[in-house]
Design a protein around this ligand. Sequence first.
Ligand SMILES: Cc1cc2nc3c(=O)[nH]c(=O)nc-3n(C[C@H](O)[C@H](O)[C@H](O)COP(=O)(O)OP(=O)(O)OC[C@H]3O[C@@H](n4cnc5c(N)ncnc54)[C@H](O)[C@@H]3O)c2cc1C
Length: 318
Amino acid sequence: MAEILVLVDHADGAVRKPALELLTLARRIGTPSAVVLGAGEAAASVAATAAEYGAATVYVADGAEFSERLVVPKVDALTQIAKEKEVAAVLVTSSGEGKEIAARVALRLGSGLLTDAVELEAGDEGPVATQSVFAASYQVKSRVSRGVPVITVKPNSAAPEAAPAAGTVEDVAVAFTGNAAKVVSRTARVSTGRPELTESAIVVSGGRGVGAAEGFGVVEKLADSLGAAVGASRAAVDAGWYPHANQVGQTGKQVSPQLYVAAGISGAIQHRAGMQTSKTIVAVNKDPEAPIFDLVDYGVVGDLFEVLPQLTEEIGAR
Ligand SMILES: Cc1cc2nc3c(=O)[nH]c(=O)nc-3n(C[C@H](O)[C@H](O)[C@H](O)COP(=O)(O)OP(=O)(O)OC[C@H]3O[C@@H](n4cnc5c(N)ncnc54)[C@H](O)[C@@H]3O)c2cc1C
């Protein structure tokens, strides 16, 4: 079967969930091989997790370059392995960093790039990716017509499924090209304890309807009862009620969770562009004519300050 290279994202020694989703999807189009870069002493446990999710081979490369330099060392490693092993496709998570890595790898391989896939299937002439475009108004199927396809896949596009495989570890000595931006300092982001917005299976977002920064309290309480991430509309972010890092939409983050709850959000096209591929959408809005109700699976017409606390209480009771 065709060898599919999967870049495995990891943090603090743990494999990130989108990487497990990639390994699951890779099995639909060939035999996954994991690429584990800069994991240091955690490499063995990261490799073991990749094997549990179907990696027949795990390519491991280490070196200070991976933490000291941005993006390029990972591009060097992926390109080298893709060339040496003559792989059939390269899969990377659709994050900011992931898309930059993927674009550079595709350029170096002289092949094509597909970004933000939400589904992958095997085709006669190579893997076929489904993308959701024009604010999720259309689904298109695309295939790279020349060279090794490099595809980035949105988090939450598949449920991770374990499928234990050999996970044979191969150490790789990467020939680094240098010339990458150097990291000069690091400041840890203050953790909210909530899941990462783009990776979370559930997102609860608040809009101008929350009325003030303090209004986000009811949104956060509902999110915490569900183990969800908190999102915000641009109107709420522009008003200074919630950080820009949490903005969902065309000029914010793209999310595609299993469940998206929009509270006090009207449903402008630019907001929809960031969340319309969510599997189940719930809206709470006091205006029955709000456009958000055109795309919801469940809609509640009501005041979010009455509805959200009741929902939080009910979830807690269960
Ligand atoms: C180039 C460009 C890029 C943009 N990018 C983004 C983007 O990335 N993300 C984004 O979100 N927007 C973006 N926008 C802005 C977008 O057009 C909308 O202005 C914005 O999404 C509106 O936010 P909102 O729904 O929170 O506010 P509003 O449109 O004002 O809607 C507030 C809603 O809350 C309801 N409401 C009020 N009080 C309550 C209550 N107590 N209980 C329940 N419901 C209540 C109202 O009925 C209303 O429907 C962009 C715009 C432009 C031009």
